[in-house]
Design a protein around this ligand. Structure first.
Ligand SMILES: [Zn+2]
Length: 247
């Protein structure tokens, strides 16, 4: 598939960037990206991926919109209270870019065949908010040999890591967080600064575009951002030989 004249105009500010160019924009158009969780991370990530020209986005979330979401989940407004997140998100994203095909699943990931769904996508974004869900998405992504961009944010702390399970050298989320009984630290119990989700979700979108451009330099690197000090830190994550998920 090539770019139409309209797409060429629409994405001209991408195409004029040497690192992207027409070939990169075409890679975005031919990509299928899955976003699990349409909360504080999934909203900005999906907005930037839709407007950037990703050809197909699939959104999974079983939640309806509540008033406590509106402080940070920027696709939703007071008019949408009680509506399904994926349905409101689909309408908003389609109006942002009619060239992007939006598929939705209003389901818990535990009720769908996630490994099969993952085998049909190029990149999956973990935008969820619980340790159990993250471990499950990681395990299914390892099986499906897909690229995973995982992010989290709590209070003022954000973290981001990319994995590519088609590469034997890639560590996995379990190598980094082996403790399955991790206590329930999430936004509902600990709180979070709203714009921090915008930073972390936007960085997930950037990482997705970078992976689609073939960049592998961030695989297995943990990036930490502290919103209260405005400091970034980076660590390289080794793959654990005895990891029960990817070892
Ligand atoms: Zn592992």
């Amino acid at each position: 598939m090539s770019l139409t004249d309209k797409e060429y105009m629409r994405y001209s500010r991408h195409i004029m960037v040497d690192e992207i160019g027409e070939a990169g924009q075409l890679a975005f158009k031919n990509a299928h990206v899955l976003i699990v969780g349409m909360g504080g991370l999934g909203c900005p990530a999906s907005q930037y991926l839709a407007t950037a020209g990703i050809g197909q986005l699939t959104l999974i979330d079983h939640d309806d919109i509540e008033i406590t979401n509106l402080q940070r989940q920027i696709l939703y407004s007071d008019f949408d209270l009680g509506e399904a997140k994926v349905e409101v998100a689909q309408q908003q994203l389609e109006s942002l870019n009619p060239h992007c095909q939006i598929n939705t699943l209003k389901e818990s990931i535990f009720d769908v065949d996630l490994t099969t769904i993952l085998a049909g996508v190029d990149v999956v974004l973990d935008c969820t908010d619980s340790a159990k869900t993250r471990q499950y998405i990681n395990a299914c992504s390892v099986k499906a040999k897909v690229k995973l961009v995982s992010a989290a944010a709590i209070r003022g702390s954000g973290q981001l890591t990319s994995f590519d399970f088609s590469l034997a050298k890639s560590p996995c989320y379990h190598c980094l967080h082996p403790d399955l009984d991790e206590q329930q630290l999430n936004c509902a119990t600990m709180g979070v600064m709203g714009p921090l989700l915008g930073v972390m979700g936007s960085m997930q979108a950037i990482e997705t575009l970078r992976l689609l451009l073939g960049k592998q330099d961030n695989i297995g690197r943990l990036l930490l951002f502290d919103a209260f000090t405005m400091q970034f830190q980076q660590f390289s994550l080794p793959k654990k030989d005895n990891c029960p998920v990817c070892g």
